[in-house]
Write a protein that binds this ligand. Sequence first.
Ligand SMILES: *Cc1c(COP(=O)(O)O)cnc(C)c1O
Length: 396
Amino acid sequence: MDAVLRAELAELEAVRRYRRRRVSAPQAPSSPTHVTVDGTPCLAFCSNDYLGLSGHAQIRQAFVAAAERYGVGSGASHLVSGHSPAHHELEEALAEFIGRPRALVFSTGYMANLGIASALVSRGDRVLEDRLNHASLLDAGLASGAEFARYAHLDTAALERRLASTGSARRTLVWTDTVFSMDGDVAPLESLAAITARHGAWLAVDDAHGIGVLGATGRGSLEAQAVSNDAVPIYMATFGKALGTFGACVAGSEALIEMLIQRARTYIYTTALPPAVAAATRAALRVVQEESWRREHLCSLIARFRAGAAQLGLTLAPSATAIQPLLLGAEADALNVSAALLAQRIWVTAIRPPTVPVGSSRLRITLSAAHTPSDVDRLLSALETIGCGSNKPITR
Ligand SMILES: *Cc1c(COP(=O)(O)O)cnc(C)c1O
């Protein structure tokens, strides 16, 4: 076995797609952008902690207090004995925050997406997804057993053509990221809602990069695009990004949530989140609402980065979110620019295929409310020193 695997690993190395982890930790929990990377102090621009909440004092305290009360492990799945008051209270707070009758907590976003598909579609149904959806939506669609197709990125006309072509599908699920995780651009929710309604399809959205960070009160992409909750019957969001904790939820109607409890295999057959993580997430929802300055500060950093990068002649992606990719193309180029930044103690991981399409390797720069304007300036001047000559526009 090892000889076979070593040969495969050598092939990955040869095409510069070998992945290596670095050991990193915040230098202090209250400043999550200042990290050590394999022991070296660095300024990080690659985490999804968009609001800088992962080490927030109130959220940490909620976590510790709940661990003191409930212990660490939940002990079982939700349907056996793992559903604690901390989980239940979080679900109620989520339903109220998101503005839906019910919410259901899953242990991860990946599992929430697999759960949606396993509960709602199977052989004889159809799943249509944006080509650049997160891997968990694509995997979920493929694993569901339903007929599965991808439409061109953000191409509502292509989606509508597929919906119009008469198939024999019992039901059709249309599924999209709200904010695309490697590109930072956003799905046109109003038109997707209108198209799916017109064709009697069910619309599901993954708001992993929207909840907490988008919309005037942090309620996510629907608030940001002024789309009513009724227009999008299946809403999913994760806690590991802007909320700074861990886990995920699906929010929607009473019937949707009850069906997920009956049929979502990744809900039924897995251990419930540690209750302390649920309590911390509930505290994070409060901070998201109370500290709106974090969203405002982040917006000003995004504007500062884009203006500075344009001045340097860098080609930016069409993104107004905290995800600001710098497209480089070849795997080696992305690795080289990432290494040159690290030499200047700035950490941005290179993103390569199969995470992104072949030929679109990039630096996925992410900004956080924990950054200062001078942090952004430091990144810009490092990029200037390195000279990203091979930086190109994103073309589709
Ligand atoms: C991160 C992410 C997920 C997975 O969430 P986890 O809780 O990390 O498993 C799902 N969808 C999207 C769009 C993501 O970016």
